[in-house]
Design a protein around this ligand. Sequence first.
Ligand SMILES: Cc1cc2nc3c(=O)[nH]c(=O)nc-3n(C[C@H](O)[C@H](O)[C@H](O)COP(=O)(O)OP(=O)(O)OC[C@H]3O[C@@H](n4cnc5c(N)ncnc54)[C@H](O)[C@@H]3O)c2cc1C
Length: 484
Amino acid sequence: MPGSPGSSLADSEDRVTSVRIIGAGLAGCEAAWQVVRRGVPVTLYEMRPARQTDVHQSGNFAELVCSNSLRADKTENAVGLLKEEMRRLDSLVLRAADATRVPAGAALAVDRERFSAEITRELQSHPLVTVRREEITGIPDADGAGSPVVIASGPLTAPALSEAVRAFVGQEYLHFYDAISPIVLAESIDRTLVFRASRWDRSLRGADAGPSDSAASGVDAGVASDPAATPAVEDEGDYLNCPMNKDEYRAFYDALTRAESATVHDFDREQFFEGCLPVEVLAHRGPDTLRFGPMKPVGLRDPRTGRTPYAVVQLRQDNLAADHFSLVGFQTQLKWAEQTRVLRMIPGLGRAEFVRLGMVHRNTYLNGPAVLCETWQTRSRPDLFFAGQISGVEGYVESAASGLLAGRNAAALALGETPSAPPRTTAIGALAYYVSHAASAGYQPSNITFGIMEPLELPGRSKGDRKAALAARALADLARWMGV
Ligand SMILES: Cc1cc2nc3c(=O)[nH]c(=O)nc-3n(C[C@H](O)[C@H](O)[C@H](O)COP(=O)(O)OP(=O)(O)OC[C@H]3O[C@@H](n4cnc5c(N)ncnc54)[C@H](O)[C@@H]3O)c2cc1C
């Protein structure tokens, strides 16, 4: 295989049509299962245990690197619906999770060792699966038999393969770090000091996300650039605005630029979205950089003074229940105690309780919309698929879900059939749609939410009604798509 020294992948290529999968994580294992249940052989490449990542600890497949929770399990919750759809699509990951679940209220949590042992045993003992414990260092070429390739090497993809992926997709379409903004508990925000408004009075429910998000993550802006993809959530475009006068801004700026950072990243050299730079890195560029970036006040008028504030911190609703708000454009890598101290200087956040603090962590992922089709094939090479966190999704369940569809479609290709994706009214189809259709500029991986599913034509009156209707429609449409 040209360009992949050290890999024996080329040697293993025989002339039967099989599927080659790189990475036996959540996505790769689910993909492998979906391929073999259609009678197509798989070669599954996994570099562990010989070569570990920074966080994996075992040689087992589908190791859960952090929490043991696959999150909510009821279909009134989007991730619960996604899991139910996966069960109906005969997901190995869900079967193993259901078999090894531990008590966790409304969530599906698992005994992590039994979970991953179950998946390892199932695949290793399958007659159509060949496991190769080796590191793959380049993107496999198309072989003579037309064997599709699925790259599912995860957020911690080994460096040589990362480089090869970067060369394939282009430098600007592979990202190596994620920056996360803090999230604050709604009830801890002092509403007497903040005001609710969208910039220029525009709402995200329209076709234009407006400038509110231009300095932030781009997730909402990305979906909103396609009117059909605009989230079906009321008040989505409304922000809580924390206004600052000149003195407050100066004091905040001084504190921010003097606060201690958790880790030092060289943001000039590392691949990082300009729109996702940590707020303190932006601040170090000059005293007014933030006022022209995430803290810009233009288009916002404080109803109590009738004037545009000197600077503004915007808070955006972060969940359907509206009890969490994230600080727009405030991704940060300050030490956590420092973050809390500095962020509580923001008017309205003096007693803020933080549900999550900001951080920067390693996460290799594609700019999905620039690279992928809804079928998880790459646009430029239809026999090459990406799945899992590297494809631009976020979370264990979402990673496995993308592997499920990539595996189904890789098998279809190997069998001479046409790859396809479920409709956007399903959670799994909505995820595929998001990854391939959100705006490419400022793209960020997303968890599944009801907001990225196709809105209902006749929304129910209450949130509960709407969720129930979305879930019922999703399961009916999935059944139709599956032909059952
Ligand atoms: C530190 C961290 C914590 C996380 N915590 C959570 C959490 O609590 N909850 C949640 O929902 N999500 C979490 N995620 C996000 C994500 O859901 C997980 O990373 C998930 O495991 C992704 O699944 P995957 O199949 O894409 O990748 P992985 O599960 O990482 O699988 C990729 C596999 O590919 C192998 N591999 C890599 N490079 C090569 C190569 N060149 N050749 C051969 N094999 C290779 C790896 O060894 C690994 O086994 C976390 C991510 C990180 C980085």
